[in-house]
Structure formats: structure tokens, C-alpha cells
Design a protein around this ligand. Structure first.
Ligand code: AOF
Ligand code: ZN
Length: 381
């Protein structure tokens, strides 16, 4: 509500409480997939009387935790939720019913739920019960919070097969993968093996990325001198590591206790490296290519994949090309390190030659993270 160019206090507060919901939701980063991150606060007489977030798929939704926290104070209170309350029986009962039962008088929603099972039906149910509903507060922030999950909901195609596994088809049918690619450059445009100091530490952009993504695809040439890619955020969920093996000698160094690793190798490398004897979980392909790797991710229930060009650029060049050709690359993250680099073998990426003349990134964002300039942008809208 706008009056004389001034926003009234109450709507300013709406934004404040939804931002608090997002803050709460973020506590579960890395743990909710294939579900979204959701936060909820219950406010009465200008005071927060209950807070909650969705901790993990299969566990109660954010609203349930916040209502429990508020107890009887929820009556006649306003509930703020970063995502529209659900109105379906999934792994858990509908949150709309819980809100109605608790007798809240108003619900403020950050964004409508793109999940076709919910899609505005939650809002309608609350309104039918006489609850005042406001939709679309801090919507951009709420969308960004769950960009990989929203993508999956809007574009997920029925999952039909995995060429590697025999599995029953009793899987969620709506999972679309969100793939991003990342690499580091020197200021003179050469690809760099290493990441900037600090970005791999807790709070650095790389550590945070690892926490957010379900899986990371790495080149097998990543040598001993690089530390294993592990998120340093306290209590972080570690992504599944998918190692594309190009060099038989080096990839075992990637296997640590912190996270599970699967190696994809072609026949020659697999034989040379004697993968079977080393008890490495390995998938042997005639030729390394994107489709079986992504199919396998889907059939393992993974939704967001980080294609990390750390190590040798050449090794993953074909995979990046395929992600663009097949329209599965959503986002690119580039780290520019403050070095001029003329070292031996310094190279630039030529991967897209002949494929596209120019790709334009949209919705750019940038930040300085520990002496590195990090730029990210989207290939799709
Ligand atoms: C909410 N609050 O905290 C979450 C919601 O299998 P279920 O029962 O967990 O349902 C998952 C779906 O419910 C998910 O895809 C999304 O549409 C919604 N998630 N909704 O109101 C929450 N996590
Ligand atoms: Zn719910």
C-alpha cells in the first residue's frame, strides 16, 4: 500500500519478515533436495512468536515448525512463508490445513509454488477458509533462493531411463537438472588450474557453491597438488563427486571420506587403471559423453550439478560443449584471479568454436570474494 509516495509501515514489515524467512530457509542449504528451501515466521502484535524452516525432504515443512514454536500465540497472528503453503498430501500433510487449524488470520507468501501439485491451490484454500493472503513479497529473493528447484519444477521432463542402471520406474517424474559450469581465469584470459586463495575457505564463493549443489563433475586430471573439493561451511552437505577419468594415475587422490565419489572412465583408461582392483565405484563407457552421466545423476535423485573446470580444461571441454548443445547448461560462474599468467601450457578455451557465435549471459551478478572477481550469469531467462 502506497500513500503519498511513502510505503506504509505494515508493508515494509512484510518485506522484513519474508527476508527473515529466507534467512531461516538458508540454514538447510544442501540438505533439502529434491525439496525446496523454505522458511516461515509467525508474527503477532509486531513480534515474532514462532520461527521454522524445512530441514530435509521427508521431514515436516517450515510452517509446521513455526506453528509448533508459536503454540497458542498463532491464533489471530500473521504467518509469513517464503514459498506458498502446500495443499497436498505428499511425504507430509498439507500446511494449509495446519495454518487453518492454528487459526492464523493472515498469510503473507513470498512466491507462488511452481510445483504443479500446489500451484496457487494453497493460496485458494487459505482464502476459502477466510484467511487474508498477500502473495509476491520479496519475490526475486525467494526465487533466487530456490533457482535450481524452480527450474526442476518448470522444466523437469518425465524421467524414463538410465542407460547404466536397472531401476524401477517408481521415481519422482518431475526432475529437471540444473547444470552450471565454473572456471577460473587470469586477467590476461588464460585458464587457471587453481582457485583463488580464500574462495575455498568457509564463506568463500567456491565453498558455498559446493554446499548448494547435489553433485560436482570434475576432471580426473586434477592432481595431488590441489586439495579435494570439499565445502568448508560448518556442517555442510558435501556434493557427490563425479570424476571423469582421463589419466589413470591420478584420480584415486580424489576419493576421500568426506563425500562419495563415482568415476566415469572409458574402456582403455579403466583397464589401464585397474579400477576393479582399486575398489573404486566406476562406470565404464565406450566413450565419455554427457548423456549417461546426467541420466545417472537423475536416476540417483540429484537435481543440481556443478561442472567444475578445475584441473585440465581440455578434459571437460567436450562435456561443456554438450551441455550447451543439449540446452542443459543454465548458468556460468567465472572467477577472475588477480594474476597475469604466462606459464607453460597456459591456454584459452576454444570449446565453443563452430558451435555458437555469441552466447549472451543474462541477469548478471558479480562480487569480490577474497581477491577474486566472481561473475555469474544465466544462459536461459
Ligand atoms: C511448503 N513448505 O517447507 C516445503 C514445501 O513431499 P513433501 O510432502 O515434502 O512435499 C514436497 C513439496 O511440497 C515440494 O515439492 C513443494 O512443492 C512443497 N514444499 N511447501 O509449504 C515447505 N518444503
Ligand atoms: Zn507444506
Amino acid at each position: 500500500r502506497v500513500r503519498c509516495g511513502m510505503v506504509e509501515d505494515e508493508s515494509v514489515d512484510d518485506g522484513f519478515y519474508i527476508r527473515r524467512c529466507v534467512e531461516l530457509a538458508r540454514r538447510a542449504i544442501g540438505f533439502t533436495s529434491p525439496n525446496p528451501l523454505v522458511g516461515c515466521v509467525i508474527v503477532k502484535d509486531g513480534k515474532i512468536v514462532g520461527e521454522g524452516f524445512h530441514p530435509k525432504a521427508g521431514q515436516p515443512h517450515a510452517e509446521v515448525f513455526a506453528l509448533r514454536d508459536a503454540g497458542n500465540s498463532a491464533e489471530n497472528a500473521t504467518a509469513y512463508v517464503s514459498l506458498e503453503p502446500c495443499n497436498h498430501y505428499g511425504r507430509t500433510p498439507p500446511c494449509t490445513e495446519a495454518l487453518i487449524k492454528a487459526k492464523v488470520k493472515k498469510v503473507v507468501v513470498g512466491m507462488v509454488d511452481p510445483n504443479p501439485i500446489v500451484a496457487s491451490k494453497g493460496v485458494a484454500r487459505l482464502q476459502d477458509a477466510g484467511i487474508v493472503v498477500t502473495v509476491g513479497v520479496e519475490e526475486e529473493l525467494c526465487k533466487r533462493l530456490n533457482e535450481t528447484w524452480i527450474h526442476q519444477m518448470l522444466t523437469g521432463k518425465p524421467f524414463t531411463s538410465c542407460s547404466l542402471c536397472s531401476f524401477d520406474l517408481n521415481l519422482p517424474l518431475t526432475e529437471g537438472l540444473f547444470v552450471i559450469s565454473r572456471y577460473s581465469l587470469s586477467v590476461n584470459g588464460h585458464f587457471l588450474d587453481q582457485l583463488g586463495e580464500g574462495v575455498t575457505k568457509a564463506g568463500g564463493y567456491y565453498s558455498k557453491l559446493l554446499q548448494e549443489y547435489d553433485a560436482i563433475i570434475l576432471s580426473g586430471s586434477l592432481s595431488e597438488k590441489f586439495s579435494s573439493p570439499t565445502s568448508q561451511e560448518p556442517g555442510a552437505n558435501q556434493p557427490l563427486r563425479i570424476v571423469v577419468a582421463n589419466n589413470p594415475g591420478q584420480f584415486p587422490s580424489l576419493t576421500t571420506e568426506a563425500s562419495k565419489t563415482i568415476v566415469f572412465a572409458d574402456k582403455e583408461i579403466a583397464a589401464e587403471a585397474d579400477l576393479a582392483r582399486k575398489e573404486i565405484e566406476a562406470v565404464v563407457l565406450d566413450r565419455i559423453n554427457l548423456t549417461p552421466i546426467l541420466e545417472h545423476c537423475r536416476c540417483q535423485g540429484l537435481c543440481s550439478i556443478l561442472l567444475d573446470m578445475r584441473g585440465s580444461i581440455r578434459d571437460l571441454e567436450e562435456l561443456v560443449r554438450e551441455t550447451i548443445e543439449q540446452n542443459v547448461l543454465q548458468k556460468i560462474v567465472v572467477e577472475v584471479l588477480p594474476y597475469w599468467d604466462e606459464s607453460d601450457g597456459a591456454e584459452s578455451l576454444v570449446v565453443l568454436n563452430g558451435l555458437v557465435k555469441r552466447l549472451e549471459l543474462k541477469n548478471l551478478r558479480s562480487e569480490i570474494s577474497n581477491r577474486s572477481l566472481v561473475v555469474e550469469g544465466y544462459l536461459q531467462n
